[in-house]
Design a protein around this ligand. Sequence first.
Ligand code: DGP
Length: 114
Amino acid sequence: MPECVFCKIGSRELQAMVVYEDPDFIAFRDINPMAPVHVLIIPKLHYESLAEFTAKDATLLGRMLLAATHIARQERIAESGYRLVINTGAHGGQAVSHVHMHLLGGRALQWPPG
Ligand code: DGP
């Protein structure tokens, strides 16, 4: 998926403010932050959305959550709290067709979202 902007960030072809990387994931600051801490966590492998995941991806999905908890500690928002969001499909508000998890924190977030 060479035209995918998040694949290009994952392969370091495009620059981003990377806060975490391991062999399977990369996390970087959102270009349009909605909170003082707004990080996107993506698998380097291309999945269009969460809807593509199956049972064989359960470990990868679990590790994505664990990466988020690690980054939350690193960003010093683990104690104050944070929100993880995976927008999925048109009604979910997904704009980029490469699965990504938003990590938002650093201020009190409203609920429910609009
Ligand atoms: P979503 O609506 O869940 O698909 O959110 C996509 C997010 O991705 C949005 O908050 C803006 C961010 N984004 C889009 N393109 C780029 C980019 O090239 N670099 C970075 N850092 N963030 C991007």
